[in-house]
Design a protein. Structure first.
Length: 201
C-alpha cells in the first residue's frame, strides 16, 4: 500500500512539472493522478494506516484486532486526506473555487486530528504514527496554497507571456465579466498557437 502511495506521489509530481513546463497533457495528467490520489485515500485509507495488504482489504479477518473506534477513525482520516488532496489539486491548477476547497481540506484535516487525539486517549494505539506525517504534509500544502495569491503559479508558468498573465489577473478580479474571460481565452490561444509553431520548426 505504501508503495502505491509513493508511486502516485511520484507520478503526480512529474505530471505537475509537465504542467508547469507547458508540456502537452500536463494539466490532464496532473488532474488524473491527483484524483487517483484522492480516491486512494478514500478507498484504501484504512488499509494503508493499519498495515493491511491490498489483497486482504476485503477479507473479514483483516479487521480482527481493531475496535470500532479505530476503524471509524481510520475511515474518517482517509476521507479527510481525500478532501485535502482535492484542495491541493484545485490550488495547483488554479481551478475556480480554490479557496473554498482548500478551506474544506484544512477543516477536514483539523477534524481528523481531533479524532486521532480521541482515539489515542481512549485506545492508546499507534494509529497516530502512520497518519500524523500525512496530515502534516497535506496541511502544509493546503496552507501554503491557501495563503498564496491565486495567480502566483500561473505567473510562474506563463512568465514568458505577460499579456496572458495580466488577462488572467483581470478575469480573476471580475469573474462574471464575459469580455475579460474572452480576452483571457484569446491570449491563451495565442500562446499555444505560438508553441505549436515553434514545435514545427
Amino acid at each position: 500500500m505504501k508503495k502505491a502511495e509513493i508511486l502516485i506521489s511520484i507520478f503526480s509530481f512529474i505530471a505537475f512539472m509537465c504542467y508547469i513546463l507547458l508540456i502537452d497533457g500536463g494539466e490532464i495528467f496532473t488532474t488524473l493522478f491527483l484524483l487517483c490520489f484522492s480516491l486512494f485515500y478514500l478507498v484504501c485509507g484504512f488499509a494503508l494506516f493499519n498495515g493491511i495488504q491490498i489483497s486482504n482489504i476485503f477479507k473479514k479477518q483483516s479487521f480482527d484486532g481493531f475496535n470500532s473506534l479505530r476503524i471509524i477513525c481510520s475511515i474518517l482520516i482517509g476521507f479527510a486526506l481525500s478532501i485535502a488532496v482535492l484542495g491541493v489539486m484545485y490550488g495547483l491548477l488554479t481551478f475556480a473555487g480554490v479557496k473554498v476547497m482548500l478551506w474544506k481540506g484544512l477543516s477536514a484535516l483539523a477534524i481528523a486530528l481531533l479524532f486521532i487525539s480521541i482515539e489515542f486517549i481512549i485506545n492508546k494505539s499507534d494509529l497516530y504514527k502512520s497518519v500524523l506525517p500525512r496530515i502534516f504534509i497535506w496541511s502544509v500544502l493546503c496552507l501554503l496554497l491557501f495563503e498564496m495569491p491565486q495567480a502566483k503559479i500561473l505567473e510562474f508558468k506563463y512568465r514568458k507571456f505577460p499579456n496572458y498573465v495580466q488577462a488572467i489577473k483581470n478575469s480573476l478580479s471580475d469573474p462574471t465579466n464575459k469580455q475579460l474571460r474572452e480576452k483571457m481565452e484569446e491570449e491563451r490561444i495565442k500562446i499555444f498557437t505560438k508553441i505549436d509553431q515553434e514545435g514545427d520548426h
